[in-house]
Design a protein around this ligand. Structure first.
Ligand SMILES: Nc1ncnc2c1ncn2[C@@H]1O[C@H](COP(=O)(O)OP(=O)(O)O)[C@@H](O)[C@H]1O
Ligand SMILES: [Mg+2]
Length: 518
């Protein structure tokens, strides 16, 4: 029997980059196939080619044994290929059934009207067939992200998809929702459907996939059966060299509170309260982690702490001083470093070269400014040191930030912030978008800082990472800290429940003890 999908020598170029370089991929019918790779490896591009969004410069697309040249996603859908993108494309104010049937609604009265009853019935049947718990009449805006994702899958199935492509489907999910999604994959393949899912998490690929294809720099560097490989081998394929996967976190020996946040309340730009009376402290010599699904107030909390957003209530004390009236520069000069979530917005000036970007926040510091002037020789030495120590490529201090890849921009920011030798580091998603090797390096520097007596506030949506690095771990949901727990004494399920805003069955009082001063 023909493969469900065969991509043959696909090459897709964008100005200045070969996103897919002669990629061949075979996907067996009825299997789950993971497309694994670092950010920028070319995964989304390849699947957009299969989905008819892009036309490749070279290569063939074969679906179900037939060569295709898709002009648009409409053609791909007609051939039985559906894709669920990272950002869902649902209409919030419409119901589940309306979204699923949108554009293909069953008709009545000789095509004159939409047959809503029929639509609901069909949607109910479809969701029952695959064991999905979705309520046809629920409005999209009232259902969870996990359910919205299932609606997207049902929508593709409703349009007759036999091959389902999902782009980083787990990025927006809690651990429980991830488990549910993997169960959905099993239902789909049991019914003869084929699933291709994109991920950069190798554990997930190992768990969910039958076959794994690794892309690196636009090339297929290996297709392996999940049974015949292991994490180390996959990591090496992804990064192109051997990587050590363990970070050695020694027990912490915390000192006084460096940062004290008390009753902090913050509104977002629309005036909605997104941080609701949050209190916690970060002590010298500890990593305080905040885990959570993105968009639960973490960003605004961090902005209020670092002086980028004014809180509506509450206090932030840094080394015993109220920072309410401080400017951003005051924060930096007092010893608070910050790795921002959005590197292009807050971390770097894209038009500046690395020498200039290395100075950001330090323009007034005595190391670089003598007699009111910037000492450009020292600034250059500084940028060169960061570039070398943090393996920034290209290793050229004159390169403009905009010319660096996202991962290298991130390494430069991380290096610059560590070089400040801060007493408090506020790090949001410090390893997002960097390869596994650099991730390990950044995490080690984080622990070095903590071992040297620095306080670290780590905000991350990578649960395994934040659990491994933190000495105390808080979970944020809906603008509140659900609990502060001992990361060694909490299960992934319990964390997942907290991330979803629910209380684990085990009494939390014992867990909460970890958050109290002894
Ligand atoms: N529409 C586009 N225009 C220009 N370059 C693009 C476009 N889409 C992707 N790229 C580039 O192609 C490469 C592969 O990107 P992508 O397929 O999104 O990777 P992945 O999904 O693996 O993270 C990257 O270098 C990216 O910057
Ligand atoms: Mg992508």
């Amino acid at each position: 029997m023909a493969d469900a999908v065969r991509l043959d020598g696909i090459t897709k170029r964008f100005p200045g980059v070969v996103a897919n370089d002669d990629v061949t991929l075979e996907v067996e019918r009825g299997s789950v196939h993971a497309l694994l790779g670092e950010n920028g490896a070319g995964k989304t591009t390849l699947m957009n080619v299969l989905y008819g969004l892009y036309q490749p410069e070279e290569g063939r697309v074969v679906v179900d044994g037939e060569e295709q040249s898709f002009e648009s996603p409409g053609d791909a859908i007609d051939a039985g290929v559906g894709m669920i993108h990272q950002h869902f494309m649902l209409v919030d104010t419409m119901t589940v059934a309306e979204n699923i049937t949108l554009g293909n609604e069953p008709r009545k009265w000789g095509w004159l009207a939409v047959d809503r009853e029929q639509a609901r019935r069909e949607v109910r049947e479809l969701s029952e067939r695959y064991g999905f718990a979705v309520e046809p009449d629920a409005r999209i805006e009232t259902v969870s992200v996990g359910v919205q994702q299932r609606v997207e899958i049902l929508k593709a199935l409703y349009r007759g998809a036999d091959v389902l492509i999902l782009d980083e489907p787990t990025a927006v999910l809690t651990p429980q929702e991830v488990e549910e999604l993997l169960a959905v994959f099993e239902e789909l393949t049991a019914a003869g459907k084929t699933v291709i899912f994109i991920t950069h998490k190798l554990g997930e690929a190992m768990e969910a996939a039958d076959e794994i294809t690794v892309l690196r720099d636009g090339k297929n560097v290996g297709s392996v059966s999940a049974d015949d490989t292991d994490r180390e081998a996959l990591a090496e394929l992804m990064v192109g060299r051997e990587v050590l996967m363990e970070t050695d976190a020694r027990p912490s020996d915390p000192g006084d509170e460096t940062l004290c946040v008390d009753g902090l309340t913050v509104e977002d730009s629309r005036g909605v309260t997104v941080v609701d009376g949050v209190s916690f402290g970060v002590r010298a010599g500890e990593v305080f982690g905040i885990a959570g699904v993105d968009g639960n107030g973490q960003s605004e909390l961090v902005e209020a702490i670092t002086g980028l957003r004014e809180p509506t209530a509450g206090r932030v004390d840094f080394e015993g001083r109220d920072v309410a009236d401080w400017s951003r520069i005051d924060h930096i000069e007092a010893g608070m470093a910050y790795i921002p979530e959005d590197r292009q917005e807050r971390g770097l000036v894209m038009d500046f070269d690395l020498v200039e970007n290395g100075l950001l926040g330090s323009q007034h510091a005595s190391a670089f400014a003598a007699g009111g002037r910037i000492d450009w020789d020292r600034a250059r030495d500084h940028a060169e040191a960061v570039v070398e120590e943090y393996d920034v490529r290209p290793p050229d201090p004159d390169a403009r930030s905009v010319s660096l890849s996202g991962g290298n921009q991130q390494k430069f920011i991380v290096g610059r912030e560590f070089e400040r030798d801060p007493s408090l580091l506020v790090a949001t998603h410090p390893t997002r978008g960097v390869d596994i090797g650099s991730t390990e390096f950044i995490n080690d520097r984080l622990l070095d800082l903590r071992n040297a007596g620095g306080a670290v506030l780590l905000v991350s949506s990578k649960l395994d990472e934040v659990q491994m690095l933190s000495d105390r771990l808080a979970v944020m949901h809906g603008g509140e800290l659900m609990a502060v727990v001992d990361p060694d004494d909490v299960t992934e399920e319990e964390l997942g429940l907290l991330m979803a805003g629910e209380e684990p069955s085990r009494s939390l009082s014992s867990l909460r003890l970890a958050g109290e001063e002894s």
